[in-house]
Design a protein around this ligand. Structure first.
Ligand code: GRF
Length: 237
């Protein structure tokens, strides 16, 4: 744990990315606030060409690349290399943010309730890929994003925070993706703060947030895009 100028302890967080890293950027931005309970101590990518690496470096954050292609089919050796980086940087919490590798129970087990993921849908609906296209095809009227703890089964861990947005009749996939992305950038910093402060307990497989049942809930009828949302190109993952 690192200490800020006062006595407050900030959790050391690693963000794992594979691409543009707009959620990573939202976490970095949130962590610049002196009272934010976490600091982004490492950004790690499995792809050397991930655009988010340059963004992290520009923000003065340590970066690492563990290129999965160098490990062939040996997923555990790939994950041991990731785990070694996390340990080298004394990481306490891990945020998956567009990290496009499925993790084995080995790494998930090592990080237990200290690994978070963001998924662009209101879980348990629309697990997996192409969530926005599937939401449009299903005709849902409300869509959104979820931050959850990582368990071995994909997109299935206890939900820490969710943000909901309306689906408009004339939405196409990019329009809906952009609206959801804006809410992602708000709920991930919220969820990480709740976890870093120790305000989330798991009771009977569900997250209970101390300080109010609405702790992890965000309903956004109109999301004003931030500069970050405009910079990030929508992607339907
Ligand atoms: C986000 O939509 C996230 O929910 C999903 O992958 C996308 C990553 O985008 N898991 P970014 O790299 O954070 O911009």
């Amino acid at each position: 744990m690192a200490e800020d100028a006062g006595t407050r302890v900030r959790k050391r967080v690693a963000v794992l990315i594979s691409g543009r890293g707009s959620n990573m950027q939202a976490l970095i931005a949130a962590a610049t606030a002196p009272d934010y309970p976490a600091e982004i101590a490492l950004v790690l990518s499995n792809r050397p060409d991930a655009a988010g690496l340059a963004t992290a470096q520009a923000a003065g954050i340590a970066t690492a690349v563990v290129d999965h292609t160098a490990f062939g089919k040996d997923r555990e050796r790939f994950e041991r290399a990731i785990d070694a980086e996390l340990n080298t940087h004394r990481i306490e919490l891990v945020c998956l943010a567009g990290f496009m590798r499925i993790l084995t129970p080995w790494l998930v087990g090592r990080w237990g309730w200290r690994m978070l993921n963001i998924h662009p849908a209101l879980l348990p609906s629309f697990k997996g890929l192409d969530t926005h296209a599937r939401a449009l095809a299903a005709g849902v009227k409300i869509h959104g994003a979820s931050v959850h703890f990582v368990v071995p089964e994909m997109d299935s861990g206890p939900i820490i925070a969710q943000g909901a947005v309306p689906v408009h009749d004339d939405d196409d996939e990019p329009a809906l993706a952009a609206r959801v992305l804006a809410v992602e950038h708000r709920i991930y910093p919220l969820a990480l703060a709740l976890v870093a402060q120790g305000r989330v307990r798991i009771v009977d497989g569900r997250c209970v947030t101390d300080g109010g049942t609405a702790g992890g809930c965000l309903i956004v009828p109109q999301v004003e895009p931030s500069p970050l949302d405009i910079i990030a190109k929508p992607r339907g993952t």
